[in-house]
Ligand binder design. Structure first.
Ligand code: BDR
Ligand code: CA
Length: 318
């Protein structure tokens, strides 16, 4: 029995990740915690509550987390995710509210109450996880495992030439989390940029016409436009967070995922926020390394877009 705590900055692809997980009755989500990133954490919490309401799961608690990174600064992404974090769809306010308990405290308490069963799925900046480690240094022994969307290894960054957004938003926190000694699966851009959702798939969602697929098609409009302009030159977008979610629950089996040491550059030079994986072992078949605790997903089979759409269309339209 495993309980997921999803830490996210909801966000268009964060919303897709949540809907993907919520469509599987076998997946247990104990709580969702929010962090700054795509939007501010209070807005991310409202967006999360909207998503939960859409699928009748307002029983899942949502806790608000870090407003800013380890250095006290932040950068949001309204150009990618909209001013409301959900593609400027201007949805009505959710009926429910976040819980009073701060995100890091909720993570620590849940791990203490359920030792060895909590799986942390982090798809935003790692500030809440680092804060939880500071509150409870034993956390790596209390938590079962951690799955993170973040980083760029052999693939270019998406914020700087070498840094991916979740890591770049808080490199200090990322360094703490990746070196805490717990079993981490890291899903970087190397995998997520090759798993796209296309305009054709968005249309399939719109035509299916269920509350979930209509919502998904609506929030994807701005996201596909951003990716067309800044990345792929056509209306298709990367499935970052849903891919990490699918890997976390074992739906997608990576084709290449060596366990290697990973560090993060925290200096102020051009490499700030770069994830540095020791991939030299690939020439010798990736032997086990003593300090290696991070399983880095470098390759998946590039069929995830369809699997995501199939999953969201699985529910009967109503
Ligand atoms: C990551 O940054 C955020 O914009 C996305 O939600 C995803 O988690 C991609 O770099
Ligand atoms: Ca995210």
């Amino acid at each position: 029995e495993e309980t997921l705590i999803v830490d996210c900055d909801t966000g268009i692809d964060d919303a897709l990740a949540l809907l993907y997980l919520l469509a599987d009755p076998g997946v247990r989500i104990g709580a969702v915690t929010t962090v700054f990133g795509n939007t501010d954490p209070a807005t991310a919490a409202l967006n999360t509550l909207r998503v939960l309401e859409l699928v009748g799961r307002s029983d899942i608690p949502v806790a608000v987390g870090a407003e800013r990174n380890w250095r006290g600064t932040r950068h949001l992404a309204p150009d990618v995710h909209g001013a409301d974090g959900l593609g400027n769809t201007d949805l009505p306010a959710p009926r429910t509210s976040p819980v009073a308990e701060p995100a890091a405290e909720l993570i620590v308490r849940t791990a203490r109450e359920n030792p060895g069963t909590v799986h942390l799925l982090a798809v935003g900046p790692l500030t809440n996880l680092a804060a939880a480690l500071r509150l409870e240094p034993e956390l790596p022994r209390l938590v079962k495992r951690v799955t993170i969307m973040g980083g760029a290894m052999l693939h270019p960054g998406n914020v700087t030439p070498v840094a991916e957004a979740n890591i770049s938003n808080d490199p200090e926190a990322a360094r703490i989390v990746l070196r805490a000694g717990w079993p981490v699966t890291l899903v970087p851009l190397d995998a997520t940029m090759t798993e796209a959702i296309t305009e054709e798939q968005r249309r399939r969602l719109a035509e299916f016409g269920s509350p979930v697929t209509s919502f998904t098609a609506a929030i994807l409009d701005l996201y596909l436009g951003f990716y067309a302009q800044h990345a792929f030159g056509e209306r298709k977008a990367a499935c970052h967070d849903p891919l990490a979610a699918a890997i976390a629950v074992g739906d997608v089996e990576p084709l290449l995922a060596p366990v290697v040491p990973v560090d993060v550059e925290t200096g102020d030079g051009p490499a700030r926020g770069m994830t540095v994986a020791d991939l030299r072992g690939q020439y010798r078949g990736f032997p086990e390394s003593g300090e290696a605790t991070v399983r880095v997903v470098l390759e998946t089979d590039r069929t995830f877009g369809d699997r995501l759409v199939d999953r969201l269309c699985a529910e009967a339209p109503n």
